[in-house]
Design a protein around this ligand. Structure first.
Ligand code: DAH
Length: 358
């Protein structure tokens, strides 16, 4: 600003400020920036306001002319501000409208999970026995020595009670072994069911069991299915047991399969038998089959007629009732059905495996 501005120089200065402002806001793209620019020109200490302070030094006639120019420049700046803001809002709206959303595109469906092959196997087995009138019974996985061993006529010195085979639970503070353990088989559900209800009994008991075992065919936790049928003396025989198991095997794995009962020993059955079925790979042919080592059979579980001692332990009268029991590995049956050769595959939860069992 010159010492004593003339009306001409003041008008020129005001006009130049108007032009400068236009150039300045053309480059601005946000409302706060534009408002700040507006304040730099029109604010109390803004450039236009500062220039107009010289107005007072002009004579009245010149003052009017310059004042008019000042007002024109001011309203020019205000108009430029609103025009710029409108243009910005417009651009945002245009961009919004230009966005293309294809509402006819099919949605991305959520992927449904599937039942684990072990669950599928268990359910299928339950169904086969349910068709024969069996009910599903359950018991705790943390068991007492009484239900897991004592009631099942398993004597104190029986090898299955060994620390080598059984997980005993001990209180953290003492570390001493207790009478509480992880059940080593589903057979304690036999005792629990009979203790809970009078005969007749017709149950299966599927569930997890635990043993201190760990190799390709043994997992420290695995699944068994127990069967127990108790009725009046004379109404149940070993033939019923064999017929039931044969029906189950054929229904689960194929009508061409056979079973065979091999004399054996279990403390809770008398007589006792191992249950073998035709090898599912060679269908019983045997010769040259690696999986059954040429025998044509593979073992699937244990069975027998319930020992009178077991009936006594649960308060049943062995003169009045008799029955059969059996126990099989669900893992093993699932492995045979789905041709899985490592039991760990069933417990790893690898989705590449699980997807094969939709
Ligand atoms: N509890 C036995 C085991 O885990 C299997 C078994 C054998 C169950 C004979 C039975 C049976 O009910 O009668 O090895």
């Amino acid at each position: 600003m010159s010492e004593s501005p003339t009306s001409e120089s003041l008008i020129t200065e005001l006009d130049e400020l108007g032009v400068a402002f236009s150039a300045e806001i053309a480059a601005l793209a946000s409302e706060p920036d534009i408002r700040a620019a507006q304040a730099r020109y029109l604010g109390k200490k803004g450039r236009v306001s500062e220039a107009l302070k010289a107005l007072g030094k002009l004579d009245p006639a010149a003052r009017k002319a310059v004042g008019e120019v000042g007002n024109r420049v001011k309203s020019g700046i205000e108009a430029a501000v609103s025009a710029r803001l409108v243009a910005l809002a417009d651009a945002v709206r245009q961009a919004d409208l230009a966005r293309v959303v294809d509402v006819t595109l099919p949605g991305r469906g959520a992927r449904l999970g599937t039942l684990h092959p072990m669950t599928q196997a268990r359910r299928e087995m339950e169904l086969i026995f349910a068709e024969l009138g069996y009910e599903v019974a359950t018991g705790p996985q943390v068991e007492s020595d009484f239900h897991n061993f004592e009631a099942l006529n398993i004597p104190k010195d029986h090898p299955s009670r060994d620390m080598q085979d059984t997980f005993y639970l001990s209180p953290l503070w003492s570390g001493a072994a207790t009478e509480t353990l992880l059940r080593t088989h589903t057979s304690p559900v036999q005792a629990r069911t009979m203790l809970r209800q009078p005969p007749p009994v017709k149950i299966i008991a599927p569930g997890a069991v635990y043993r201190r075992d760990d190799d390709p065919t043994h997992s420290p936790q695995f699944m068994q299915i127990e069967g127990l049928l108790v009725d009046r003396v004379g109404k149940v025989s070993m033939a019923d047991l064999k017929g039931t198991l044969l029906h189950f095997v054929r229904r689960y794995l194929g009508d061409d399969l056979q079973i065979r009962l091999r004399p054996s020993f279990f403390p809770f059955t008398e007589p006792s038998a191992e249950v073998d079925m035709s090898c599912v790979f060679c269908r019983g042919a045997g010769a040259g089959c690696r999986l059954c080592k040429g025998t044509g059979f593979m073992e699937i579980g244990g069975s027998g007629m319930v020992d009178p001692e077991v009936f006594r332990a649960v308060g049943y009268d062995p003169e009045e009732v008799c029955g059969f029991a059996f126990g099989m590995g669900i893992d093993r049956m699932a492995m045979l059905k789905y041709r899985i050769d490592d039991i760990k595959t069933l417990y790893e939860g690898d989705v590449r495996v699980l997807r094969q069992f939709p």
